[in-house]
Structures are given as C-alpha cells and as structure tokens.
Write a protein that binds this ligand. Structure first.
Ligand SMILES: [Zn+2]
Ligand SMILES: [Zn+2]
Length: 152
C-alpha cells in the first residue's frame, strides 16, 4: 500500500489532476489537468486570485460595495473609513418613549364619561352605553373625581 504520494512541489494546496477547481471570482468550474499545482489564472476570467477567498464587502458608512481577496480590509476604498465594517448606530431613530400612555384616551370620550357620571350614571352604566371598557370608564372617573367615592 502507499506509494500514492503526490509528486512535485505543491506549495499552494492539494491540487491533483482531475480535481474540480472553482474560481471564487466568476464561479467558473473546471477540472485540473495537471497535478503540479493550481493554475495561475482562472481559464475564464483570467483572474489570478481565483483561488483566494474573494468576497464582497459593503461599507456601513457609505454603502460602497467592493470585491476583495483581503479577508479583513482595513479601509473602505471609497470613503476611507476604517470603521466600514462597524454598523452605524442610527442616532436619528429616537427610542420609543417609555412614558407613553398605555391607552391614549380620546378627550371627547373623557368628557362624555364625566358628563354622564355627573348626571348620576354609574361606571357600569356608562361603560355599557358608551361601549367603552369598564376599566377605562373607571380610570377616567377615578382620576377626575376628587372625593374618592366612585359609583361603580
Ligand atoms: Zn474566474
Ligand atoms: Zn465607505
């Protein structure tokens, strides 16, 4: 057994005859004919970097896209930002207010509820006749009636 060792000085990777090679640039596939190392150029696009990890980078700053074989480009070639790979925090997007009212109440409804309550209707009656939920009516009455005695 054995004796199947690859001859020749392969320094750039295990390329043997019959191996399918793929160009990372144009995705051309071809079969290696020789076993003396990878070809210099992609037979289709003639790229000399076909076997390198060619990938597309996008700059977060200026949205420029460029292809490179550099795994970690230092700068965006367009805007020269070194933070091209760092997502930009959108400072314009104001955080949602944590103090926003849970159910913003229609002032007309509030007025209606208070008028009905002043006319002697109970919270239950008001809720039924206005179609509002009892808790909404109760909240309005409670926050507007000062003597603390609420007709439920
Ligand atoms: Zn190619
Ligand atoms: Zn850029």
């Amino acid at each position: 057994m054995g004796g199947d060792s690859v001859r020749g000085g392969i320094s750039e990777g295990p390329v043997t005859a019959g191996k399918v090679l793929v160009c990372s640039r144009c995705f051309h596939r071809w079969v290696a004919r020789k076993s003396d190392g990878p070809p210099k150029n992609c037979p289709k696009c003639r790229s000399t970097v076909w076997m390198k990890d060619y990938h597309v980078c996008r700059c977060y700053r200026c949205n420029h896209e460029w292809g490179t074989t550099n795994s970690e480009p230092k700068r965006c070639p367009k805007c020269h930002s070194v933070k091209w790979a760092v997502p930009v925090r959108n400072s314009d997007a104001a955080p949602r207010s944590r103090f926003a009212p849970r159910n913003p109440m229609d002032p007309e409804k509030v007025e209606d509820v208070l008028r009905r309550y002043a006319d002697g209707e109970s919270c239950t009656t008001i809720a039924i006749s206005t179609g509002m939920s009892f808790s909404d009516v109760y909240d309005i009455v409670r926050s507007n009636v000062s003597d603390g005695r609420i007709m439920v």
